[in-house]
Design a protein around this ligand. Sequence first.
Ligand SMILES: [Zn+2]
Ligand SMILES: [Zn+2]
Length: 1004
Amino acid sequence: MSSPGSPSPGLPTQEPPSPEQQQLWEPLDSPEPMQPSPAPSVSVMPSLVDVGLQEWPNGWRYEGQFEGNLKHGHGIFQWASGEGLYKADERFGPGVLTYPNGRQDVGLWYRNHLIRLCTEIPGATTMKDHPLYYSSKEELTIPARTYKEKYFWRVNPEEDPFFYPFKELLFDDNYTLPAEIAIYSTDADHLPLTRSYTKEGDRYFFQKEELGDEDEIVKLPIVNQTPLLVQMQIHIYRHRHAEAMLSWDVAAVIAGNREGFGPRGPLECSSEQLITEAGEGNQETVLKILKTNLVSADVADVNGHFSLIGAAAVCNDSIINLLLDNGANVNKLNNEGISALNYSCIHYYPSGCFLHNEIYKVTNKKEPPSVTERKVEDLEMDDDLTTQVKMAKRLSVYDHKIRVGSISFKKASLVASQQEELTWKEEEDAQVHELPNFEESLDDETTVSEIDEESLVSPSVGPPSTGYFESTRSVHHFQFNVSGRQLQQAAHVLSRNQRFKSSAGKSMMTPAFKHNEKVWRIAAMKSEHQKRREIIILLLRRGADPNISTNPIPALFLAMLAGDLSSVKLLLESKADPNTRIRSQIKEIDGLTPLHVSVAIPGKQGVLITELLLNAAANPNKGAYDDDVTYEPDMDIQTEEPTGMILKSPNLMGVPSHYFTPSDIVSIEGGRTPLHIACQREDDHKDAHQIVRLLLLHKADPNLLWSGHSPLSLAIASGNDLAVNELLTNGAEPNLPLTRGLGSAMCTAVNTRYEHKRSLTGRLALILKLLEANANILMPITLTSQVNQAIGTAVDFAYYKYFQDSRIAQTPYHALTHNEREVYNARRELLNFLSNLFRKATVTMERKRFEEIIQQNMQDREIDSALPPLTESEALSFADISLTAKAIFERNAHVAEGNLPILAASEKKSKVQDTAPRRQLFKFKFCYACGRSVGVRLITCSRCKEVYYCSKACKVTAWNEFHKDECYLTKGRPSSKKDGSYGDAGWRSGSSSPSVELDNYSYI
Ligand SMILES: [Zn+2]
Ligand SMILES: [Zn+2]
């Protein structure tokens, strides 16, 4: 692109292009003869034939004879002379134009215009104080050698969605260009230069040592992101070595240091004037300057501040149109990376100042350490308005969720909007209109999030930097006394008044605006707010790209956080990227996409905005950059083992493989997806559920992990049962293994950490719901402590968590407070419930296995009739099934038939059992009463030796409740240990320590 354009073919055999021919840093041309001569501005006009002097604003100068007003006869015409960087026969880069009178126009040039000055225009807008402003140190990676540039992929092949091997062919001249094209290709910008030609050209054009290494890649810090200026910077970089040949300080011009040059020339002066006048809204002067065609509508000062942004700042649509009509780039950026559109949006949504807090709160539901702890005093209005208008709660100025005290927005704004239809033609009279006004009730539940759209358009308080209010919502947020309300109403109507708009428009923009009339003042603020919206629409209509400027924050986020549905729509229609990411030095919000934020916006707005984004193809599976962040309720997670418990399991092989078939979904851990945030929401479960449904409908992956959690476990933890249902019916895997020691969804449901989100009934129902959705209670769960780990099940997990809370688990019942007793009782009931489910699940599983083996044997025999039928005992043995289990099947069957078990049958079985080989080794050992297998010492039932207990208490419970019958069905006699005579041992007596030693039992 920046290859030297030379008319000669540049082949080595022919005359090589010399530096002189390349026209680098050569004196600028005098103005072209065809260029229309500007009207003389300074002239000494003789009346008839005379000698005189005529000067043009562009520095031309004629001294000589005149006749009438015409140059006639002899005279000397002087043109300005300049030096600078050229590209393809046009000025492109730093340059100096020197006039005969010693003045100089210094700056960066594009064609005939200065596009960047070396001076600073006072009063330029800056976003440096914005809390979300980040100093972007963008770097551009380019190859050090020019001829490589065209063949340099800026996009990494891995990230390029269209990358395919054929692209490689473009590297080869023979495939891409007609043969011998170099002979007739002279224009580097329009006709392609072959790679080989460019290479040759570079070799002659640059000194050899300037070229750098063949494969060297340089990183160029980019000052201004505007594409033209980026190109210019590359061009400047290419020709950096030639600077030494020049008489003036090129580096100073690039750096914007004007000190070493002469007084400012006419072009510089006019350019400065253009920026200043546009920023002051002086339309006529702007028009005059542009008419001369000497100044670029795009010219910027040394900080990149340009007229369009200035015109946007004062909401002057005429100047904006004028500038754009005169070729201004609607997407130009200043050095801070702000476009006119983004500037307008930031001022339209002044609550953007608090966005950091807002986003953080929205997505984390907790106040972060504030970057912008601004006091109300900072926002304080001057003079007597303050006395009329008292500050509402401090937070309310930027928090959608906080109740706003005495004003009911809904009614107020509805009334206002209905009323304005009627009154808005009635001009000044409107001031005296008595309108039904803001409802006064301190306990009004209305929050800002419930306001209708009209009032949401206007967010809270003006940027503190400007020191005065700019928005309507700021007014809403204050408590008004009676006169204040009337004032407000009157102002609102006045602000819609066309005459007011045009007259107040100019003056109110200046900080000097100090109108004594309160009505006038508030109306001015409202009017300005409306104007800003019009400006935003104008800029979008004229092609402003909402994605070009992301500093301090993309416009889309601003509209979203204000709940401004219509603007979100407008921006998306204007091609705002729904997958953009916030860039911020504040770690908590860096990398969030619009969806991350929208799914957390409270109220219906959140649902609607999420839907808009999803319909605009927002990707619901983009993770935030918060892989290392921990889910807040898990922050203070205890990793210590409960006292007396050692993580050890008697089951060396863990849970038998036939108990649990793992799903083929692999847990992938990453940053939070929008689905995580929606499921994590603790407010507004209904709306959050709507959002979860929308996300799932748009193919959000319900099985991604963040902070160890799946969306399902987060919905369980946050207590959102609607979302749990939605997830379970839409592909969330209930047996997905979670990380960070969280086990599974079932473990989350029984974890004491999240128990306060549901009543006991709710928790029991949740467990059943999970089971119904095929959650497997026998799923192996790894329990981990700092020293060791063991594989158990959700039951072990539940007990582990239970015992970690030693206050509830270890304190004698009578020493617990009333509330603690309730907690204790609920926990015990849940554990009991879980244990019963667990035991039933094991029995079912064993029976299934047993039946499978019998079935298999029958099938085998059909194929091979010689095969002997499997005896029941063999089948039991193959299935690793204890006789107790068998007995339970039978008992259940009998109960179903209405019969009681027959002892004879069991005796028969007992005999069979004697001959059957015992395969206790792989049998899953767990306490037959409570279901635990980790951290307990198991003892067998002393009578049947088929089942295990972890404690005397468990034995008693099991015996009384269900094992007595089973045990009699099996061989042997009841242990002399007088069954049932343990008394009511209950939970309490045996479980003061989780591992109880019982002397009379044999340990395994
Ligand atoms: Zn037990
Ligand atoms: Zn027994």
